[in-house]
Design a protein around this ligand. Structure first.
Ligand SMILES: Cc1ncc(COP(=O)(O)O)c(C=O)c1O
Length: 226
């Protein structure tokens, strides 16, 4: 897909919605390909540190390629989306300079209270990551046994990072309509794959503590309707 005028390759790992990590070899190949043509790699790593097995963590793209930009956020791994803050990291000073210029063009500054709270949170990042990883690790087996139990309806590639996954919905029925009915009837919100142009898939999030309750409600809805 690279064209002569391609300036940036955008990647996202750990990946939303699949909850899967890019294999390390593929990341190396992407970087090598970009380096051979002087292309910037923009790497969305907002779910980094939420690998279910921390040994599988990939290097940040900005650490392995000087023309890479790594995107981080308070929203996901640290569970603080209300702060509305994230960051870009790159060793390419020119890229950072241009991003800063653009940011100053659109806004005079970030929220100072949010910056204060983000700095405070990042000083305790292990505590926040441990808390959020514990929720994810507790919920994943519950979701796994749910998918196995309802293998007549669903199948998946089990995620290895982050609190999202992308499940294939087997019935010949629109997922948008299914998800709308589920939220109306049992107050469980699923994300229809239609938002990602994947009309046979559904994203289940499993980053909340009330997952057992949500699965119970979904189970009873399904047993009444399928
Ligand atoms: C992969 C990915 N990148 C970036 C974002 C943006 O997150 P925020 O604007 O809350 O930092 C999201 C949010 O859903 C995401 O899933």
């Amino acid at each position: 897909m690279i064209q002569p005028n391609t300036k940036i390759i955008y990647i996202n790992t750990p990946h939303n919605p699949t909850g899967l990590l890019m294999p390390p070899k593929v990341l190396q190949q992407v970087v090598a390909l970009a380096a051979s043509r002087g292309i910037i790699v923009f790497s969305d790593e907002v779910y980094r540190e939420l690998e279910h097995d921390p040994n599988q963590r990939l290097p940040a793209a900005c650490d392995i390629y000087e023309h890479a930009v790594s995107l981080g956020s308070m929203s996901k791994t640290y569970g603080l989306p209300g702060l509305r803050l994230g960051w870009l990291a790159s060793r390419d000073v020119e890229i950072i300079r241009r991003c800063l210029e653009f940011k100053y063009y659109t806004t005079i500054c970030s929220s100072a209270p949010s910056e204060f709270l983000s700095a405070l949170a990042l000083r305790h990042r292990e505590k926040l990551v441990d808390r959020n990883l514990e929720i994810v690790r507790k919920n994943l087996p519950l979701l796994d046994s749910f998918i196995k139990r309802r293998s007549d309806l669903f199948e998946w590639v089990k995620p290895d990072s982050s609190p999202t996954d992308f499940v294939r919905f087997k019935p010949e029925r629109g997922v948008l309509n299914f998800c709308e009915e589920v939220v109306r009837d049992c107050s469980v919100m699923l994300l229809p794959g239609t938002v990602y142009d994947q009309p046979q898939h559904i994203r289940f999030g499993f980053g909340r503590k009330n997952m057992p309750e949500a699965l119970n409600q979904l189970d009873s809805y399904l047993s009444k309707n399928f």
